[in-house]
Design a binder for this molecule. Structure first.
Ligand SMILES: Nc1ncnc2c1ncn2[C@@H]1O[C@H](COP(=O)(O)OP(=O)(O)O)[C@@H](O)[C@H]1O
Ligand SMILES: [Mg+2]
Length: 432
């Protein structure tokens, strides 16, 4: 049953989370804030997918024997080990759920440092394990050869039918790449390597536009909650100029980056959100409309204990009832509403708006300086001058003769019409 409420893609992300948590711990387990400069470029997560096998291997330190026997290969948390390390693991279920979802012949190998390198492996034959009569659900650990570097290697064979067909689908792999590029953008930007079938995933570089008239907001505060504290960093503003037309661009939908992002301990758990989860259409805040494209907002929650984060069990959404999250909403709303107002105003002063928007530079989110609210230009709507269209018919010969008199036989009818109007105007009405 535990494999039902999670997608195959999310299972793979769960395994990546474990590797990332491992790497983060090796670096000393600092909070992952925007200002943090941790270098992850020594860490690699290699994923291979094919019709008949799944493999993930990392060099992120491995699972120790203690972790394995106390926690990783049992169900539920036996004690409080490793809970306070700025990780994203919290339920002690991700790895088991992921491998059971994929197939029935599993081997996990771990090499870790403990006075030199030590290793063990855990072979799991799911069908035999389920058929066990003694109700001892623990897995057996066996001795194993060392992996080249301390880390974890998980191989799944005998893939389930659905898994096998997904893994042989180029579309599945392309989507997976896109998701990893976006959801681990902050890790990839710090040098982490994630490869799929030997090809590294290129991380999405989050950029905001900065100019004389435009500057993103950036706030930072600490929320004291039951059991600890949560750091909240928020950043929002223009990432691209609004679209020329408000029709949704069908081709662009899949690459759509607009909306709010919620980040928990570095992992993007909600991306490009335009739903009520991040406030759209609630509390006097309008529903998302393509007119608002160009806006990006990021709210990052960081806590030593992952259980304090506003995360759901699948780690792919936020728990809207969480107090820390609810408290962040008013500031998110202010930023969104300022942008909405700007996109409305700009319709009355398009040329001016476009000129100002063109005078901006993309900057990385780490370069955004602190500012209480989003800076946007206040545009002065120009009065619209009522226009008239003149249309009349004369013989072609007479137009040609007039063109010739103007000195250019090639003038268009329109040129001749406009010139003769201007002449008549200045003679009879005078200069403006
Ligand atoms: N790739 C890995 N590198 C290091 N440790 C790992 C790795 N995968 C799993 N672990 C260990 O196994 C534990 C159980 O993982 P998991 O079932 O995903 O639960 P959770 O991540 O919620 O703690 C992790 O807390 C971690 O200690
Ligand atoms: Mg996990």
């Amino acid at each position: 049953m535990i494999t039902r409420d999670i997608t195959l893609e999310d299972c793979i992300l769960d395994l990546i989370d474990n590797s990332v948590d491992g790497a983060w711990q090796l670096l000393g387990g600092a909070p992952m804030s925007l200002d943090d400069n941790s270098d992850l470029s020594n860490y690699c997560i290699r994923i291979s997918l094919s019709e008949d096998q799944f493999e993930i291997r990392d060099n992120c330190g491995g699972i120790t024997l203690d972790e394995a026997s106390e926690y990783a290969f049992t169900f539920g948390r036996k004690d409080e080990v490793g809970e306070e390390d700025y990780s994203i693991g919290v339920y002690g279920i991700g790895m088991k759920r992921a491998i059971f979802k994929m197939g029935s012949e599993i081997q996990i190998t771990s090499t870790y440092k403990d006075n030199g390198k030590k290793s063990f492996k855990v072979p799991i034959d799911v069908n035999n394990w389920l058929a066990k009569e003694d109700r001892n659900w623990d897995f057996d650990l066996e001795s194993a050869d060392n992996l080249t570097e301390p880390g974890v290697r998980i191989v799944v064979n005998k893939l389930n039918e659905d898994t096998s067909s997904s893994f042989s689908s180029p579309a599945f792999i392309q989507n997976l790449r896109r998701t990893i590029s976006r959801d681990y953008a902050l890790h990839l930007a710090r040098g982490l390597v994630v490869s799929i079938n030997n090809e590294p995933v290129v991380g999405w570089q989050i950029r905001m536009l900065l100019g004389d008239a435009f500057a993103p907001m950036r706030q930072d505060y600490v929320e004291i909650v039951d059991g600890g504290s949560v750091r909240v960093e928020m950043l929002a503003g223009m990432a691209a100029a609004p679209p020329e037309s408000s029709e949704p661009d069908v081709d662009d939908r899949r690459e759509d980056r607009n909306g709010w992002y919620v980040v928990c301990n570095g992992r993007i758990v909600v991306a490009a959100d335009k739903t009520s989860i991040t406030g759209w259409g609630t509390d006097g805040w309008p529903q998302w409309h393509p007119q608002y494209s160009g806006f990006i907002g990021l709210v990052m929650f960081t806590a030593q204990a992952a259980k304090l984060l506003p995360l759901t069990t699948t780690k792919r959404s936020v728990d809207s009832s969480s107090g820390v999250y609810r408290k962040a909403k008013p500031a998110m709303r202010e930023a969104s509403k300022a942008w909405i107002a700007y996109t409305n105003e700009r319709k009355q002063a398009l040329p001016e708006a476009r000129r100002l928007e063109a005078h901006t530079q993309p900057i990385s989110i780490r370069e955004v300086t602190r500012r209480e609210s989003v800076s946007l230009p206040s545009l002065i709507a120009r009065p619209v001058i009522p226009m008239a269209n003149i249309s009349y018919t004369v013989s072609r010969d007479r137009v040609r003769l007039l063109a010739q008199a103007y000195g250019n036989i090639n003038f268009s009818y329109k040129d001749v019409g406009v010139r003769s109007f201007e002449d008549a105007y200045s003679e009879l009405v005078g200069d403006e």
